[in-house]
Design a protein around this ligand. Sequence first.
Ligand code: ADP
Ligand code: ZN
Length: 818
Amino acid sequence: MSYFIDVILPIPVENTFTYLVSEREYGFIALGMRVAVPFGKTKIYASIVKSKHTQVPTIYEAKEIFQILDDRPIVTPEQLKLWSWMASYYMCSEGEVMRAALPKAFMLESETVIKLHSDRIEPNELTLKDDEFLIYEALQHQSELKVHEVMDILDKKKVLPSIQRLIDKGVIEMQEEIYEKYAPKIVKFITLSPQFESESTLNELLNTLSSAPKQREMVLTFFSLKAKKNKPISSKDLQNESGATAAQLKALIKKGVFKTYEMRQDRIGFDGETSKTQVLNSYQKVSYASIEKHLDEKEVVLLHGVTASGKTEIYVQLIEKMLSSGNQILYLLPEIALTTQLITRLQTYFGEKVAVFHSKYSVNERVEVWNNVLQKLDKAQIVIGARSALLLPFRDLGFIVVDEEHESSFKQYDPAPRYHARDCAIVLASIFKAKVLLGSATPSLETMHNAQIGKYGYVSLKQRHGNILMPEINLVDIKEKSRKREMTGHFSDTLLKAIAGALDLGEQVILFQNRRGFSPILECTTCGHAPQCPNCDVSLTYHKYRSQLRCHYCGYNIALQQKCMACGGSELTTKGFGTEQIEAELKNLFPDKVISRMDSDTTRGKYGFEKLITAFEQEQIDILVGTQMLTKGLDFRNVSLVGIMNADSMLNFPDFRAHERSYQLIAQVAGRAGRTQKQGKVLVQTYNPYHQILQQVSLNKFDAMYEEQLEERRTFKYSPFYRLIRITLRHRDYEKIETSSVWLVSVLKQSLGEKSVLGPETPSIARIRNQYRRNILIKIPQGQNLVQTKKVIKRVESSFNAIPQYRSVRLVIDVDCY
Ligand code: ADP
Ligand code: ZN
């Protein structure tokens, strides 16, 4: 009998692949282990075992595996279930999900390289088989060989067994780094030699050390540290505390006073002080009880609580209660809200039980969190992270919090899997029979709708903590202000007066400028020419502080031009206004105030964002100008005024969610004002003060907004009433994109019905990175079978790919593309 395994490869192919294993390997292999397998002519991949069986594949001859990489599974059965669901729902491959889930260190990627083993015993050449000798000999001349080079040398394809035998004999090894990418951090610790533990020997020691005061002090520091923490003392801590040098420590070790030992240590530890959780206020108590009651009956509950109502404190109470059951807990947040503010808050309550999974962490840090979750260690009982934290190897997940559930950054747009973390979290919870709490001050229409039809439990909390009033939101008509000449640059007199007033009282100000549509461009006043990106259909953006023109889509950049490139004219002006301009204007208007800017330019690097937030928190900054980043659940104590520079571009953005998003954005930014003491003030500058959304948001009428928007969605056939799948075609050749998209639409219409398919439509930026684009939108009414529809789309996709002249056109399918 032959034995086989089916594996998932980290590539965008639909099927799993079957490989041949020996009986012994078959017995050893468990599902979820990594196995290195050959693929194609020369590649070797780390794959994940999905199933084991004895059925000979019929379409191809199964190759042998290369090597088993783990001695226990690193992927859990629940993960395999989730991957399979995600692949089928989001119409991608399980390999693509695997690629998104596994830390890079687990992926055996590049072409595998072999070389002579660094501490080999030179083999007796007579014991080597012919093939083995040829490889061995080749490695005498070349320091390393790729697998396909070995194939050339042996003049055959089946070379892996020979390579494996040489590995087994200790003659050659695979490139080290491919297997051991993950390196644990080793920390040196200090103990006192046992002979000095008695009081008399210790006193003697201190006496003899009186001629070396620094060393003497170090011994004393050792004892004080030990008394304080009762934890292992690292050599680094000892040196820092005693102010001694490495040489002085070394001297004591040499004298036999101290001994050292090494220990693996997690990179991300917590050793601060913890404190008790807050007592909930009376409104929070009511909400808490109501959430508990709903969770008894429903899988998912929505907590709709206004900004600064203390939702986080409610999550904390629920987490505290769930902890005692011993289950794991996942706390999902939008990436950008993953700040030290929140992490510190949770660590203060839950100490070492909190593990953070962050995209800015290094590969090693990610592997550590992965392993800690997989082993169900105490120190990872609560995991907080952005969307990809949902792909960690939980063992028995009991509770998921999705904070700021309306946030668009829960959706991954590129690359596949194009998943929505909130929706996947609900699926993950159902796999574990766990409960989910969604929280937001401005829930998405989809979630509100699900709550309204009773699919989710619904709990609302309308009072801010401490009974502080909701911020007062006023609209400022800048059309009127311009006419009356009451604008200074981009500031209305109303806004300027309010800023000056707040600053006079020693309060802080946040100014918000939407990222979209405000990128400043350079324009020639003579001929009107604005420099364009050669690769994309957009104007280049003017970056003042780098003195550059840049493309935001492909990164193309040129130095700032002194003359117009079209007519040679030398009068150039900037149009549009970004955060940089606002900052510059403010510096002129308030020269003695500290003004900072928070956008993607100023928050690069691991701690860029943190630094700004801390500085603002500590009131070293008077006015903070920023983009969307400012909206994500930040909690500042001294901000009394929030200004929104221009509300119109968000409202006019060509997207069916533009109105919903504008409401959410304005309400969230506004929510940063007046969180702790007095009522905050918000000024929204706009050309359309009578816009319905602005009226609703200024009066805090979320429900009215919801009802009205929902009606529009129903009328115009959008979510939550219709599911949307977008297909984007991309190609360098304009003609090809034209003809292929027309073909695709007509075939889709034949299969799905005339009304269900819209397009092809040219997106607002028709070309990015030299690739032309067309969009096709498929609308699927409620009640229509989703699985069936996706099958049809897949079938059409295959026939599309089978047409030779279209084969090079790239199709990107995005399910729930909003
Ligand atoms: P939300 O997440 O709803 O915007 P937060 O949880 O950030 O609100 O709470 C706003 C502020 O009020 C925070 O500074 C928080 O520490 C404080 N707060 C909320 N509830 C309580 C409570 N029960 N006791 C003490 N402080 C609280
Ligand atoms: Zn470009």
